[in-house]
Ligand binder design. Structure first.
Ligand code: SF4
Length: 191
């Protein structure tokens, strides 16, 4: 039987403090059906094969990182790969149930209703939903624009509600092979 795979745009294995509470392993999935003006990750939008990883290997890498508090999943659009996410989150939950899961999606929660998607949501603590609207980027909180909503699907991260809704944003910027990497949610880009 072939192993389940996931199509990734990028991975932050050592963890970031800019994409949710605590230190978080972060993955960005490749492919997005939306076309938000000034999208922060336009390279992750094409629905093409990018970094194909075995779900089991990725799960092992996540659960073996003893320093992290949780996992953040962004993109691209994570729910285009709901089946792979069910496999990944099931493995993470099995071996490290204390890790919290935060997902950014361009869909609205009300429209996430297929059986596979519901399984992902059952293993998600916080969902930040809605398309990015550049004119509504107010520079506040753990979302790109004020139309996006922060849904607490479990009570495990509710202590951070105020911070996630109204806190200051922070980003890390690094430079590898002539490419600038940004981790976090930036303020509005000036064009
Ligand atoms: S949903 Fe996210 S990844 Fe997709 S176009 Fe909008 S900002 Fe970019």
């Amino acid at each position: 039987m072939s192993k389940a795979v996931i199509n990734l745009f990028a991975v932050e294995r050592t963890g970031t403090r800019n994409l949710g509470p605590g230190l978080r392993y972060a993955i960005w999935l490749q492919g997005c059906p939306f076309n938000c003006f000034n999208c922060i990750t336009p390279q992750a939008r094409p629905v093409v094969a990018a970094k194909i990883a075995e779900v089991e290997s990725l799960a092992k890498d996540i659960v073996s990182n003893s320093r992290i508090d949780g996992l953040t999943i962004s993109g691209g659009e994570p729910f285009l790969q709901a089946e792979a996410l069910v496999s990944l989150l099931s493995m993470v939950r099995e071996y490290r149930p204390e890790l919290t899961v935060l997902i950014f999606t361009g869909f609205n929660l009300e429209n996430l209703d297929s059986p596979m998607v519901r399984k992902v949501l059952e293993m998600t603590d916080v969902l930040i939903d809605g398309k990015y609207i550049d004119s509504l980027n107010d520079g506040i909180g753990l979302r790109g624009s004020s139309n996006q909503r922060i849904h607490f699907l479990s009570d495990r991260l509710t202590a951070y509600e105020e911070e996630m809704n109204k806190g200051k944003r922070s980003i890390e910027v690094s430079f590898h092979n002539k490419v600038i990497d940004i981790i976090g949610i930036p303020l509005k880009q000036k064009i």
